[in-house]
Design a protein around this ligand. Structure first.
Ligand code: DGT
Ligand code: CA
Ligand code: CA
Length: 584
């Protein structure tokens, strides 16, 4: 059973439990929500962790206690969970589908069930169609409209899935194919190799002399749900995660051309093919052919670009945004890489809505080779996230001092907050509290429905305080689909004005690496690269395992062509401090 399914079951249990009335039900709901979040955002499959290390290994996972471990065991072994089945009998509602709709939470879904008998999306559509929802107490016209729009938004969803969910699965499949001993080489191509924020299908390429055996192996992989097409050189399967996967087996001499072709993007390929035509060559997925129709392509993609007089470029750049011209001029920049990242400036702990302690977060960051980590918990307005007031921050500061000592120089801990930018542009903590901090991350979490001008002014007013170091997830949009968040369009904001003000005040704009945010995204970054503003690539980790999301932020930065000198957290601590310590 894959992580997504387990996570969904825990989430549904949480939803159904929240309707129950017994002492401490809130804590139990919270435990299921936490477990759902942890498993839904984990990069390793829990069923494998259980099979390898049993209950003990499960209990070591952040946010997973004894009860949850037993539940996972039951799910992996029997495919079912008795607690879940019992609750489902009591509340026969398709909560997962209903609560996935933006604008519809568990409480409202239950009310709709009780009052109108709405059990699933079909029933909901009927209720909307007959305008019965707005008549209900606690709903009204606005609420009905919000649900209707949410439903439309969800159904318009393209069937694409987020990279942070797909890539680890694709990588595991590649590893298994590699370990089969049947292939000489195997790799991921397509949008996943280009680190696009969502993936439509997975493309895998292999070199092998044993095509039919490779395809048998592929067809029998546990990730595969059904085989759609099976031939000696190309097979397609529908995966259990709900995406297709294409596997192609190639000759060594065609591999370079195939890698180039299937990495894409399509628009990039069209431009590259034109370069080949101009040289009197023919380029397709089988090779690069000269005038006498000889394949001069070879095994590597570098070879293809070289023979076309082009510099090789990172896959993230291949979106037909001017990279072909740069490659012809041999001016491809050296993009920022994961190895350039020296720390994470936006992380949470269990003091608010995270699951790990500061010690655990700092240890995990040190293991990643970081020089520093900023601990940036929510401020008081974020009540659902258990945000802290000034007094709590001051107490937390003392705690940081102790953890700093216990870290014994392994890593530096920067004291910070993710402070809310309130509706009027003021910050949710006192000036004195914020001044004491090393790194102030500011964010908009409320009143999304302002006009573009109001929102832009609100944020710039916060910058004017001179206290903000990083502006978190600048557009507020959410792709959704990763249990942490529901899909949501961003608020209206003028990013050009924001970048100008950020430049003036020395505020870095965040590239939030949490896979269902990726905010700023690639197109935002490209649009803003004309400004001198710095970017901060942060994970927004709510657990130690989320610190590994950094690669999605780096991928996004690379898709926006960013070089290291534009990245705040590529600076070493001494240089970072010079920027953070400036007086506002
Ligand atoms: P996806 O799957 O929608 O996330 O995006 P891709 O880029 O992985 O697209 P996919 O899987 O349809 O095809 C993989 C690559 O194969 C694509 O990036 C470029 C290449 N390709 C596919 N169809 C065409 C085409 O009609 N013309 C050209 N030049 N290349 C194509
Ligand atoms: Ca694809
Ligand atoms: Ca494909």
């Amino acid at each position: 059973m894959d992580n997504k399914k387990i996570s969904e079951i825990f989430d549904e249990i949480a939803n159904m439990l929240s309707l129950e009335d017994f002492p401490n039900v809130r804590f139990e709901v919270r435990a299921y929500q936490k477990a759902a979040l942890m498993i839904g955002t984990m990069q390793e499959p829990v069923d494998e962790i259980y099979r390898k290390g049993g209950i003990k290994a499960l209990m070591e996972l952040p946010g997973i206690g004894a009860t949850m471990s037993k539940h996972i065991e039951e799910l992996v072994n029997t495919g079912k969970l008795s607690k879940y089945e019992k609750l489902k009998k009591k509340y026969p509602i398709d909560m997962a589908s209903l609560t996935a709709i933006p604008g519809l939470g568990a409480k409202k879904a239950i009310l709709l069930y009780r009052k109108l008998g709405v059990k699933n999306k079909e029933d909901l559509k009927k209720a909307i169609g007959s305008h019965k929802i707005k008549e209900l107490e606690g709903f009204g016209e606005k609420s009905e409209e919000a649900i209707r729009e949410g439903l439309l938004m969800l159904e318009a969803g393209s069937g694409r899935q987020i990279l942070g969910y797909v890539l680890p699965i694709a990588e595991r499949m590649v590893e298994k194919i590699n370990n089969s001993g049947l292939v000489e080489k195997v790799m991921i191509a397509g949008s996943a190799r280009r680190m696009r924020e969502t993936v439509g299908d997975i493309d895998i390429l292999a070199i092998s002399k044993k095509g039919p055996e490779v395809m048998d192996f592929f067809a029998n992989m546990e990730e595969v749900s059904s085989v759609l097409q099976k031939g000696p050189t190309k097979s397609s399967a529908f995966l259990k995660i709900g995406l297709n996967c294409d596997l192609r087996v190639l000759e060594p001499l065609s591999f370079g051309a195939a890698v180039q072709y299937f990495t894409g993007s399509r628009d990039h390929n069209i431009q590259v093919r034109q370069i080949a035509v101009n040289k009197g060559y023919k380029l397709n997925e089988y090779g690069l052919f000269n005038k006498s129709n000889k394949n001069i392509g070879g095994a590597s993609e570098e070879g293809i670009y070289e023979k076309l007089g082009m510099q090789w470029m990172p896959p993230e750049m291949r979106e037909a945004r001017g990279e072909v011209k740069l490659a012809l001029e041999h001016k491809i920049p050296r993009l920022v890489g994961l190895g350039d990242i020296k720390g994470d400036l936006h992380t949470h702990t269990k003091e608010t809505d995270g699951v790990n302690s500061l010690e655990e977060m700092a240890e995990a960051a040190a293991k990643l080779g970081y020089e520093y980590i900023a601990t940036t918990n929510h401020s008081k307005s974020e009540r659902v996230a258990n945000g802290m007031d000034d007094k709590k921050f001051k107490a937390y500061f003392k705690k940081i001092e102790n953890v700093r000592k216990s870290m014994d120089g392994k890593i530096s801990i920067l004291y910070g907050a993710e402070v809310d930018i309130l509706k009027d542009g003021s910050l949710d903590l006192e000036k004195g509290t914020l001044k004491q901090m090393d790194c102030v991350v500011a964010a908009v979490h409320t009143s999304f429905n302002m006009s573009e001008k109001e929102m832009t002014d609100r944020v710039i007013k916060a910058f004017d305080s001179g206290l903000v170091d990083v502006f978190a997830h600048p557009t507020g949009r959410l792709i959704g689909d990763m249990k942490m968040h529901k899909a949501r369009p961003g608020y209206q904001i003028d990013l050009d004005k924001i970048a100008t003000a950020a430049e003036e005040h020395g505020v870095a704009l965040e590239i939030n690496a949490f896979p269902d945010r990726t905010d700023l995204n690639d197109t935002n970054i490209i649009a803003l690269s004309k400004y001198k503003v710095m970017f901060s690539i942060d994970t927004d980790a709510h657990s130690t395992s989320h610190l590994n999301f950094m690669r999605y932020g780096v991928g996004t930065a690379r898709r926006g062509w960013l070089t290291k000198d534009k990245i705040l957290n590529s600076l070493n601590l001494i240089n970072l401090r010079k920027i953070l310590d400036r007086e506002g």
